[in-house]
Design a protein around this ligand. Sequence first.
Ligand code: DC
Length: 230
Amino acid sequence: MGITIAIDGPSGSGKSTVSREVARRNKLAYLDTGAMYRAATWWVQEQGVDLQDEVAVVETVKLLPLIVPIDPDDQTHICNGEDISAIIRSPELSAVVSIVSSYFPVRDILIEMQRNIIQSELTLDSFSSGRGIVTEGRDITTVVNPDADVRVLLIASEEARLRRRATELSGKADEETLNKTRDIVSGRDRIDSAVTKFMTASDGVVTIDSSDMTIEEVVAAVEERMERVQ
Ligand code: DC
């Protein structure tokens, strides 16, 4: 039976980099659930649907024609035949994704897709040949895959998260960029945390504070947990 690893955390906690690296090193599949909420948002807008119209958004997400990538080395997202990998990371889309991810019927649809992907990765006939999957998001340890073998909540101080996000978005972390990023990041976290509880770990979930850790150290901490359950 393959291993399942669930990693939750706020934006800027380093969870994408860490999750991808753990998957890569251990030849596991990798599922970025945040990217699915981003793709759903792109699709709804592409269809000309008003994001405030919950009923219409839900009906549109039911038809989401997304090919979900699970290769940590190839995260090309194709939706309706279009490569949306870059556009789903744009500031414009980042600013509105929380609207879509706050609709519970939308979450139900994506959660079911996520569970199906996780299940199918535990079979021999899969990308990871049944070795398993690393899934990252906000509600993986609590809702999507609470039975995961390794459950981690990755946190970081607000300052560390801002610094990382600013560098990621603008390639620098000077005062001006930090201030701009602060509004974007804390605003989104506030909306997101009203929907999913990703700032406190539930029972059985290990909290790793990455504020003063390198990526390498966080990866090693996750791998150490994996060894304990294998
Ligand atoms: O991790 P990210 O920034 O790519 O996530 C994009 C958005 O999706 C973010 O606003 C929170 C939401 N999200 C969620 O509600 N549940 C998840 N499992 C993953 C992401």
